[in-house]
Design a protein around this ligand. Structure first.
Ligand code: TXA
Ligand code: MG
Length: 348
């Protein structure tokens, strides 16, 4: 398939690009578009044939459901059964990086929602994404625009690497703002939620909006073999770089000792900015990658998937990275990194 790549810095720049993209969606085609979290691989969520093409393009198992993207929180009425908790969340966090699981209406075909009774709904804040949905006149089903198993794409080179020849159009909107996928919640009652995937909207943010928030086990733990995944995506290997990633939890001196004793030359170290020159001088043969300042979680979120993809350019014996703390946005980093590392954590 020939893929058209068009760049767009703002929605006012060239509206024709968005009209053309919307026409592709209406006709059942595939368009990759930027959002404030990661790039999405979009198709008409109400068209079963179109959403089947998404699974095909990504190589994604068909029981792993898609998020439907709407231009206005009220549009959820057409596709799902809403309630007061949904509207409270919408008022506080939408448009924005929050996805809410609701009971689905029949307007969303089973293939879009991986055969479940529920559907994931998100209203993106990114102006290109929002305008594309509005012009398409349908909800856009969109998983992250990576090949299944790879880190989500946060820059156009990632998208081109994974999706060229697999989709009709790619809209290049530059780097995504946040860099990790949306927070996903399930509504359990009027004032309680289960967090299925942490993101920019934190547990604190949700609590401050008046909700009791339970953490699904799989957010911080490995899913047991006999445990049912609350979100199908939890059971799949994810975000993995090609070389093995190991998370080290300990002081810089202990990390130094551990890496020295492991006697590996061909390694990469994802390091906080403050520690970079220390590691570069201790391990001159290692590739040392800048993960931003230790306290700057936003920069780390912005960089994580890019760094994981950068390590794929070579084969390393091991990639080492620090284990993030689990508070605030740190929980989203922790969740993505323990999965990228296949739960290989070494406490020093
Ligand atoms: O930020 C994001 O959410 C990005 C952008 C493109 O919007 N999208 C994204 O989609 O991350 P995806 O498909 O890569 O991840 C969606 C996750 C999957 O783990 C899936 O299992 C879960 O949402 N999910 C979708 N529908 C669900 C449902 N009805 N119940 C539980 N989990 C669901
Ligand atoms: Mg994904």
């Amino acid at each position: 398939m020939e893929t058209k790549i068009l760049s767009l810095d703002s929605i006012n720049e060239d509206k024709n690009i968005l009209f053309e993209a919307a026409q592709i969606i209406k006709n059942g085609g595939l368009v990759v578009f930027p959002t404030e979290t990661v790039y999405g691989l979009g198709a008409d969520a109400t068209n079963a044939d179109a959403t089947k093409q998404i699974y095909h393009a990504k190589g994604r198992p068909s029981d792993n459901p898609l998020i439907i993207h709407i231009a206005d929180p009220k549009d959820a009425e057409n596709y799902a059964f809403t309630n007061s908790a949904y509207y409270l969340l919408a008022e506080r966090f939408m448009p924005g990086p929050l996805t809410v699981i609701l009971n689905s209406k029949d307007s969303i075909p089973l293939s879009t929602r991986g055969g479940l009774d529920t559907v994931a709904v998100r209203c993106p804040a990114d102006p290109i994404a929002n305008e594309l949905i509005r012009l398409s006149g349908v909800p856009i089903a969109a998983p992250s625009a990576n090949l299944s198993g790879s880190p989500s794409p946060t820059g156009i080179d990632h998208v081109i690497n994974d999706m060229l020849g697999r989709v009709d159009m790619i809209i290049d909107g530059g780097d995504c703002d946040f860099g990790l996928e949306s927070t996903i919640v399930r509504i359990d009652s009027e004032d309680s939620l289960t967090l299925l995937r942490p993101g920019k909207i934190t547990v604190n943010d949700l609590s401050a909006a008046g909700f009791n928030v339970m953490l699904a086990n799989a957010v911080t733990e490995q899913l047991r073999d006999d445990e049912k995944a609350l979100s199908p995506g939890m059971k799949y290997k994810h975000y993995a770089p090609k070389s093995p990633l190991v998370l080290l939890d300990g002081s810089r001196d202990n990390v130094f000792k551990y890496i020295t004793e492991s006697k590996e030359d061909n390694i990469a170290i994802i390091a906080y900015f403050e520690d970079m020159s220390f590691y570069s001088s201790c391990f001159p043969k290692a590739t040392v990658l800048n993960f931003g300042n230790k306290e700057d979680k936003l920069t780390q979120a912005h960089l994580l998937f890019k760094l994981l993809r950068d390590t794929d350019k070579r084969e390393y014996k091991t990639i080492y990275a620090p284990l993030p703390e689990e508070d605030g946005i740190g929980l989203a980093l922790y969740n993505r990194m323990i999965r990228a590392a296949a739960h290989q954590i070494i406490r020093l």
